[in-house]
Design a protein around this ligand. Structure first.
Ligand code: NI
Length: 226
């Protein structure tokens, strides 16, 4: 399941991120790649432990915490500290699958990557190419979002970033371990949550809203690993 989460960051926050990132050293993106993906990866990253990255990580994680659409779609248990990458003209990332386990530099043991997130930080009018192409069970989808918006997708999917042919594409990317590891179960819960929200906005006093809400929580109780 792919879910677009608009406006995770405001325009001012995106501008702030870009100003901070302009001051950082960018290194070869292969540092966080696995064996197969290192062969396919050609981009730049901010070092995981750069102090500038840590400030932006806090900003992004706080924004995500107050975003109900992100929370409902991903049901996060543990989030890997967001990383930052950049594709200049000619750079790309060929088809790969994300590593199943990630070890956060902050410690605390491995995170199982159930959900991958890309948060776009560049106005799409300023670059060509650079689409995130995801092969989901529903087919192949090409994603290029406004600066400040994010895409949430299953880490199990094959995906790639198309070559940038003009300009430069900057983004934050990270993974999370979800309380519900199965993508199909997460999708059911997400669709149910959206339907309950829409129904309760129209007929808040309908007893069916309470029954469906109970079903949602009882399914989550059945499926959540915490
Ligand atoms: Ni990836």
């Amino acid at each position: 399941m792919l879910v677009e989460v608009p406006q995770v960051l405001t325009e001012d926050e995106v501008a702030h991120c870009r100003r901070v990132l302009e001051e950082t050293d960018w290194i070869d993106g292969k540092v966080t790649a696995g064996f197969q993906s290192a062969r396919a990866k050609n981009n730049l990253q901010v070092p995981e432990t750069a102090p500038q990255a840590q400030e932006l990580q806090r900003l992004i994680l706080q924004s995500l915490k107050r975003n109900p659409l992100f929370t409902t779609a991903a049901l996060p248990l543990r989030i890997f500290p967001p990383l930052f990458n950049r594709y200049d003209q000619g750079m790309h990332f060929g088809a790969h699958v994300d590593n199943a386990l990630r070890f956060p530099p902050t410690g605390g043991g491995p995170i199982r990557t159930d959900v991958s997130v890309t948060l776009f930080l560049t106005d799409p009018a300023t670059y060509d190419g650079g689409e995130l192409v995801i092969e989901d069970t529903c087919g192949t989808q090409s994603v290029k979002l406004e600066a400040g918006s994010a895409i949430v997708y299953p880490s199990s999917s094959l995906h790639r970033v198309e070559p940038v042919t003009r300009g430069s594409r900057w983004a934050s990317f990270f993974w999370l371990q979800s309380m519900v590891r199965d993508d199909g179960q997460r999708r059911l819960l997400f669709e149910m949550d959206q339907a309950i929200s829409s129904l309760s906005a129209r007929t808040p006093d309908d007893p069916a809203v309470i029954q469906l809400t109970a079903c949602y929580h009882n399914l989550l109780r059945r499926w959540a690993e915490v």
